[in-house]
Design a protein around this ligand. Structure first.
Ligand code: SAH
Length: 240
């Protein structure tokens, strides 16, 4: 389960708290293994349990990764229907750490804030079961949907920000291979209708590299999975 390390204690909220207490029926004094966002594993003991929060004390560190891991965030223009479930499931199986649903100019779906919250919870549950199913250690965090502007603000902190655009002139490989010391990648894919050219220009001004997946136009959900898989592959993250 993902957690933020503050001191020797960590606090899990919402889905993770629910999962420990309600689903796995764990109690104060029980021990679990936590993985942090860099893949380190810790033995932790439950020291406090409420409905929405569980406090744990870190007891022992089990594993420390020798290779630095790359933190990958997928920014997905929200597609219609159940397609987002599919994207969350597949991107999780592949090993992204964070998924940010975003509203773009051509996003058709509209969500009230309550609905956005419940969608996020549903996508988070999809991510939890996809992580378990694929033997992954880190459950990606699903963000509340952001506007395109908010998403670009966040993506600009990554040291490799790739915006996938069917009219791009640069191939993905060339861009990824020319980057050194990549430790935080942002991948952006548009909704069914694609990105508006003004969005592409804005992102480019803020530091995005605009890249192509070839001459064919892929459906948004295909594009995301292919983009994630190829970026991970180019960075050598799909090797044993
Ligand atoms: N605007 C287009 C297609 C959008 S495809 C149209 O309606 O004809 C949906 C998303 O998938 C795009 O925003 C882009 O992020 C990604 N995508 C699809 N094919 C791509 C390609 N060949 N290269 C890069 N990105 C692609």
């Amino acid at each position: 389960m993902p957690f933020k390390l503050t001191s020797e204690h960590v606090t899990l909220t919402e889905e993770f708290a629910h999962r420990l207490i309600r689903v796995l029926r764990m109690k104060i004094g029980d021990r679990v293994i936590l993985c942090d966002s860099r893949g380190s594993e810790w033995v932790a003991e439950i020291v406090g349990a409420e409905t929405n929060t569980v406090r744990l004390k870190l007891i022992d560190r089990l594993f420390s990764p020798t290779e630095p891991t790359v933190y990958v965030t997928l920014f997905q223009g929200i597609p219609k229907g159940e397609k987002m479930d599919f994207v969350v499931q597949k991107a999780t199986e592949l090993g992204v750490q964070r998924i940010v649903p975003m509203f773009t100019r051509r996003t058709v779906v509209q969500l009230s804030s309550d609905r956005a919250k419940s969608k996020r919870e549903r996508w988070q549950r999809v991510a939890i079961s996809a992580t378990e199913q694929s033997g992954g250690k880190i459950v990606p965090e699903i963000a509340l949907p952001l506007t395109f502007r908010q998403a670009t603000d966040e993506a600009s902190h990554a040291n490799l920000w790739l915006l996938f655009y069917e009219a791009a002139e640069k191939p993905l490989r060339e861009v990824v291979q020319s980057q050194q010391n990549v430790n935080h990648v942002a991948i952006m894919v548009g909704p069914e209708g694609g990105f508006d050219p003004s969005e592409v220009a804005t992102a480019q001004q803020k530091g995005a590299q605009v890249v192509s997946l070839g001459k064919r136009i892929l459906r948004t959900e295909t594009a995301s999975i292919v983009a994630v898989a190829l970026v991970l592959y180019e960075l050598g993250l799909l090797e044993l």
